[in-house]
Each structure stands twice: as structure tokens, then as C-alpha cells.
Design a protein around this ligand. Structure first.
Ligand code: IMP
Ligand code: MG
Length: 184
């Protein structure tokens, strides 16, 4: 994998701005979910850094769980409507106030399918918190109740988002310069 600096076109959202927004979302969520019924569900793997930081900014008692999905027949950078669960929740979500935590909503197909599947398990409520929203790319209509940032239609990486599985650890969100990136 190339050094990220050689493929970074620009830093779109720096660490300070990210952390400030995450703290704001955490405060908002804490106010909206009094009691102890909140269950954060992280969609692996991109949602991990965001959910960990967000959870630390939520002041009400809550639980967390994880799930992984993959889409059939999709290219590496696009998804279709057919989403399959590859790693399921360990928690029974019936009666819980579920908040899905995602790194980015792009076409919206992933979130739309996950919502459709989770609603059948009868949670008390089901909402979506997405760090990034690529509005222009939306194909499926999905509600985003908590949104970190709306971003332009550019391929981004860092803070959970990967460049062919690398660089999820970067503390900022950067734009990939596709002219300089040479996948192996
Ligand atoms: P959707 O089903 O099209 O909304 O796809 C969302 C998923 O595609 C996200 O969870 C990401 O894993 C991935 N994705 C979409 N855009 C980007 C990007 O710019 N960088 C990295 N991953 C992305
Ligand atoms: Mg993802």
C-alpha cells in the first residue's frame, strides 16, 4: 500500500473538526435517549472509530453491538440493493432503542436493507446516525436522524473509511487523489 500522503488530495475534515462534531452528536443523543434503553449498533468495519468516539461522548447508560453486511454483485466501491448479513448481532434488539452507527451513507442501499431487516426484530425505536452523508449519490430513500457532515461526491478515506482496507486509523477524513493512487 502506498503511503497515504502520496494519494491524499486534501484533508476534507480535520481531527479537531471531527471531534467537535462527534461531541455535539453525543450531547444531542444523550438528551434524546433518557433512561438506559439505548443500544448502539456499529456496522463493521467502517463505523468502528466513529462509534467508539461517539460512545465516549454519550452520557446516558447504553450498550453496543456490532454487525457486518456485504452486498452481492457490487463492485468494490458501489453497493446494490442486495445486502447479506455476514456477522449478526449478539443482542436481542426487541424493545430496545436502537441507533445504527455508520461511517458514510452513499447510495443508501446498505442502510436501507439493514433497516428493513432490523425492523422485523421489533425494536422499540430504530434510528440512524451517520458521520458522513454523500447526498448527491443517494438512490435509496433513507432517514438520517443524526448527521455529522454532508460531503461532496468524492472518494474519501480515514476515520473508519478505508482505501482498500488500509488507513481506517487516520484521525481525519481525506480525499483520495485517484490519479495518484495505483491499486495493487
Ligand atoms: P451505500 O450502500 O452505497 O450507502 O454504501 C455505503 C458503504 O460504502 C459505506 O459503509 C462504505 O463502506 C462504502 N463507501 C461509500 N463511499 C465511500 C468512500 O468515499 N470511501 C470509503 N468507503 C466508502
Ligand atoms: Mg461502512
Amino acid at each position: 500500500m502506498q503511503d497515504y500522503k502520496s494519494v491524499l488530495a486534501e484533508i476534507l475534515i480535520d481531527e479537531k473538526t471531527l471531534q467537535k462534531r462527534v461531541a455535539e452528536l453525543g450531547a444531542e443523543i444523550s438528551a434524546d435517549y433518557p433512561g438506559d434503553n439505548l443500544l448502539l449498533i456499529c456496522i463493521l468495519r467502517g463505523g468502528v472509530p466513529f462509534m467508539v468516539d461517539l460512545s465516549r461522548c454519550i452520557t446516558v447508560p447504553h450498550m453496543m453491538d456490532f454487525m457486518a453486511v456485504s452486498s452481492y454483485g457490487a463492485g468494490k466501491r458501489e453497493s446494490t440493493g442486495d445486502v447479506r448479513v455476514t456477522f449478526d448481532l449478539q443482542t436481542n434488539i426487541r424493545g430496545r432503542d436502537v441507533l445504527l452507527v455508520e461511517d458514510i451513507v452513499d447510495s443508501g442501499h446498505t442502510i436501507a436493507s439493514v433497516l428493513e431487516m432490523l425492523i422485523t426484530r421489533q425494536p422499540e425505536s430504530l434510528k440512524v446516525c451517520a458521520l458522513l452523508d454523500k447526498v448527491e449519490r443517494r438512490e435509496a430513500i433513507v432517514p438520517i436522524h443524526y448527521r455529522g457532515f454532508s460531503i461532496p461526491n468524492k472518494f474519501v478515506f480515514g476515520y473508519g473509511l478505508d482505501l482498500d482496507e488500509y488507513y481506517r486509523n487516520l484521525p481525519f477524513v481525506g480525499v483520495v487523489d485517484l490519479k495518484k493512487y495505483h491499486p495493487e
